[in-house]
Design a protein around this ligand. Sequence first.
Ligand SMILES: C[S@@+](CC[C@H](N)C(=O)[O-])C[C@H]1O[C@@H](n2cnc3c(N)ncnc32)[C@H](O)[C@@H]1O
Length: 335
Amino acid sequence: MQQTDTVVKEDMEFVPLINPFNGMPLQKDNETLVDEQNYRFPIVNGVPRFVPNDNYTTNFGFQWNKFQKTQIDRESRNSSQSKERFFAVTDWGKEDLSGKNILEAGSGAGRFTQIVLDYTKANLYSFDYSDAVSANFRNNGHHGDRLKLFQASIYDMPFPNHSFDKVFCFGVLQHTPDFEKSVKCLIDKVKSGGELIVDFYPVVGWWTKIHAKYILRPWTKKMSHEKLLGLIDRNADWLINTTNFFNKVGLGKITNRFLPVCDIKGTLPPNLAKEELREWVVLDTFDMYSPEHDHPQRIETVKGWFEKYGMKVTHANFITYGDNFKAAVVKGIKN
Ligand SMILES: C[S@@+](CC[C@H](N)C(=O)[O-])C[C@H]1O[C@@H](n2cnc3c(N)ncnc32)[C@H](O)[C@@H]1O
């Protein structure tokens, strides 16, 4: 795949913006978006804001602004994991996406925003419920008009239904309060004949929730973000050494689920330098223990919801990428 900086086509059809709460069209007026009834949404740090920051995702706003560059391929000498995962899961590397309107739901600091903008010719609409959008804008705002970024909820998106050629949502749905409703809201935004792809934490068996994360989360998610991050940071070194030891002696699969640290071997890029690895571990462990919501689902259940809300399912299984990592993926085409 060639890296590209192609400018948006002159004749591209843009998706109109609407007030998500009354459906009225929005216009830009100085540093706000305004509808005919004079409802206004502020543009802060380059990003229109449809929701306040103090919602259930403040942990993510904190996390992505602190670790703005950690998972961005462009910023790393030793990881191309975002690109590998994005193209393995979507298979969009084989398609010419010039002039297509793509929607990214729950973009965090923009690791996949970067990939779409740098490696395809699509026009990207992207949003997140948290102030992570400020980090994403600093990472990807230089793409100008090809990136349209918003702070909004998956339940109240500022676009009309049936607007997008493609919609993707990676690593987000388990962190929303109502997984099924989130899937339905995403399907609503896909054009007839358009595609939706989601990846998420899967339930693989009764043992999925027998894990340090699910045992400790009732306490850790209530801790202040600074306190939790400090605790993880202070314990990172011995946790990394212990995990590595168990992996080396071949016991990692059994023991590591009881260590309060992310799955180093199963999820992190293999060639990170020592300091980079530590940073990824602290970020990913905070990402596991701080969210308000963590509701993994069976792949079959998500497939059923796709069908229930009008999608023809084209894939419902794990997809392998990079160094034998696995993502639980459901894909479909809208009837
Ligand atoms: C684990 S992060 C994943 C971010 C990004 N997709 C990535 O893979 O780096 C989950 C993201 O989902 C966002 N999120 C959670 N609930 C949301 C909602 N209702 N609407 C939009 N975004 C939401 C969070 O703010 C957070 O940034």
